[in-house]
Design a protein around this ligand. Structure first.
Ligand SMILES: [Zn+2]
Length: 237
């Protein structure tokens, strides 16, 4: 029995609910591997081997040691591989196609894959301040970075189409280099000798910030929610 634990929803971010509502310390009690963001969609988090790395929109990557900082939206799990995977050469599109061979359409799953990236293209969300905009506006102003000939790890999740709203439907993948100097939300890559694992989750735990009064009072806009999430989180479906 393995579970995927998610704090907050992507739908909340779409409507500007971007205050951190769970400390990283609390989040990490539910997993040692994952992805997320900080208050105000400040950058992209990659959680690897129990450590949190924060890719910032200026390109810097910080190892977060003060786990009292909070996240509005993050997903974590304990790494317990279901299937081991290895690819000689693979890009973002062919990886998704290969993963599709494992009949993942209706299940939550995760990947952790390490290899050499001849090319990788990531984006990093910029920190927003109050009053927070829609995530759609954040996506338009995101920073993008590219690297060549770099070794590193992909960490990401797949969610079935019916969960577009709580999270991104399809794949949502982050990258962190071995030297922890380059990281972000993956848009595209070309890699070789990519090895690691696929994990299929029996359980999906959706945790909500029930003590946050703005969340309790917010009116979620459902119009075009699915399309807007695809627009702001798209890049590898
Ligand atoms: Zn991301």
């Amino acid at each position: 029995m393995t579970k995927l634990y998610e704090h907050g929803t992507l739908a909340m971010l779409m409507d500007g609910m971007m205050d951190g509502t769970m400390t990283l310390a609390d989040l990490m009690t539910h997993g040692d591997t994952g992805i997320g963001t900080l208050t105000g969609t400040n950058g992209e988090l990659t959680i690897l081997d129990g450590e949190v790395y924060h890719a910032k929109s200026d390109g810097e990557v910080v190892h977060i040691t003060d786990l009292t900082v909070a996240t509005p939206f993050s997903s974590v799990h304990f790494n317990e591989p279901t299937v081991m995977l290895a690819f000689d050469v693979v890009d973002a599109q062919s990886l998704t196609a290969h993963l599709g061979d494992h009949d993942l359409a209706n299940v939550f799953s995760g990947i952790k894959l390490h290899g050499t990236f001849q090319h990788i293209h990531v984006r990093v969300a910029k920190e927003q301040s109050q009053p927070y905009p829609s995530l759609l506006d954040v996506a338009e102003g995101q920073a993008e970075f590219q690297a060549r000939d770099i070794t590193g790890t992909l960490v990401g999740y797949y969610a079935p189409e019916i969960f577009a709203g709580p999270t991104t439907a399809g794949w949502h993948i982050h990258f962190i280099s071995d030297d922890k100097q380059f990281a972000g939300h993956v848009l595209d890559f070309y890699a070789s000798q990519l090895k690691g694992s696929l994990q299929i989750f029996d359980d999906f735990v959706q945790h909500l910030p029930v003590d946050n009064q703005s969340f309790r009072k917010m009116k979620q806009n459902m119009n075009g929610l699915k399309e807007n999430i695809a627009k702001s989180e798209g890049g590898h479906h």
